[in-house]
Design a protein around this ligand. Sequence first.
Ligand SMILES: Nc1ncnc2c1ncn2[C@@H]1O[C@H](COP(=O)(O)OP(=O)(O)OP(=O)(O)O)[C@@H](O)[C@H]1O
Length: 611
Amino acid sequence: MPAQQEKPADTDTKTPKLPARETWRALYAHIRPRRGAIVLGGLLTLVGSVTGLIQPLAAKELVDRLGEGQGIGDVLVLLTLLVVAGTVIEAFGAYVLERTAESVVLAARRQLVARLVRLRMPAVDRVQPGDLMSRVTADTTLLRQVTTNALVSAVAGSLTLLATLVMMAFLDPVLLAVTVGVTVVIGSGLGFVYPRIARATERAQAAVGEISSTLERTFGALRTVKASGAEAREAAAVDEAARRAWRHGVRAAKWQSVAYTSTGVAIQVSFLVVLGVGGARVASGTIPVSTLVAFLLALFYLTDPISRLVEAGSDYQEGTAAVARISEAERLETEPEETAAGSGAGTGTGTGTGTGDAASGPASVAFEDVTFRYRPELPPVHREVSFAVPGEGGMTAFVGPSGAGKTTVFGLIERFYEQEAGRILLDGRDLREWPLDRLRAAIGYVEQDAPVLAGTLRENLLFAAPDAGEEELRETLVRTRLAALVDRLPDGLETVVGHRGSKLSGGERQRVAIARALLRRPRLLLLDEATSQLDAANERALREVVAEAARTTTVLVVAHRLSTVTLADRIVVMEAGRVRAVGTHEELVAADPLYGELAATQLLASGPGPG
Ligand SMILES: Nc1ncnc2c1ncn2[C@@H]1O[C@H](COP(=O)(O)OP(=O)(O)OP(=O)(O)O)[C@@H](O)[C@H]1O
């Protein structure tokens, strides 16, 4: 079985940095569908704050009228309305923005998951599932802030800034030039700070991804972890990643606080410089004192928009970190859309033969000089592999030493991987010409470790054929010798089987996986036999199930049992990626020394035998 897992290059802490334009484009792609709601939310917030600004004027009018002994009833009503309206509008604006932010996150998650479930196997081999999970959960969360608050702050801040600058220019262009000069000098430091916020956030997020990866590994094999006494080491690995997330998170916070502080410093320094330069201009009679006073007041009005802009910039940096990691996951190679969705014509439920245009009945399979390697830098796993299985049902067994490339045959038939030379034919048609969904609908695949998913027995059985009827389900249970087990269980088909079917025995798991594959009514059944020993009853049950399936379906078995190969109509002996010999058990025992040795020493010979 392919079990190679190595530290993937693309989930390293150093996520390659996207160019600024591309980052913005990727971010904007998330915002675009909701730009209407963001504009609405922004406008409502703005109207709310403007209403707030009118309140002091109304209050002044109220006081004036009181002084003059006039009636204040209408002003009081107006003031009340303003307060209520202002509060309600602002709150509603905030709600619209928050809701939009959540929608942006939701859309990003859905889009990412829709792609990730369609990942091609070579991409899956390179990444760590836990890290991908954290991109879907944790990284998308970071989009919340940047897509709404930061954007609105940036626009509102820019507008206010512009208005204040115009007013300052009107008061005294020279003092404005002085202010802008000081602010730009100090603000240019942000060019140094911002990339550091982005980098620290990105590393913190990568570390969070590592936490997920480690947890996924630990909980995916908790029995092995416990049996190996590795609990403390696994916890330490999570601890190390968590510390790294903390360290980078703190670093991001440090740079954020530097950015915020620099705003205050810029204003303070501007104030002092304007005081000096303005004072001199007043002394020389160039401007009146009132202008200087007004200018200094205006300078303080600058604080708010600049702070908002700096904060928006900082949020944006966090957003870019998230977007870099999300985009990286989105760039992983995927299979065509119709595959996972099963939306291709003629599949729908996946319960029928599903091949639509192809004939029903057992499928034929042929390999013609197939050469394949898992990665370009690795040696070939298949070298000019050729064999032919006619479309007349029956069982073909693949045998050979461990690592000979038997499981890989199945991976290629399912088109999980693509050969580099040669052709693979199903029903005489090149696999590359088959729509993927139709191809897979024609095949039932039972992996070696017979994965049973968390959930109920029923969910597991119907996983590949959700619309199968109750009668068909019963019938399949009988065929796969599972009916007695289901009847024995207090909750029957609704029994929860535990994570990876841990509440079932190895033999039961195998048969559940076969039942699942059979419910798909496959024309070709690929069965990767378990290497573990089964008790005699389980082994006999399994053998009967496979023999029965072979009457109506072409069955290919990666065989580890003598009892299976003796039943096979045809045996393909593989060694080091080549087909060594093809024949029946008797023929091969007589003609092929490797097969003779395998049959004598390596194939599991337990159970009552084929008779
Ligand atoms: N996803 C993968 N990436 C890289 N190499 C792989 C991958 N899967 C399998 N291999 C390698 O390809 C070779 C053939 O593997 P395969 O699983 O086809 O062997 P097998 O004959 O089924 O072995 P076994 O009887 O032990 O299951 C092995 O050397 C294996 O290490």
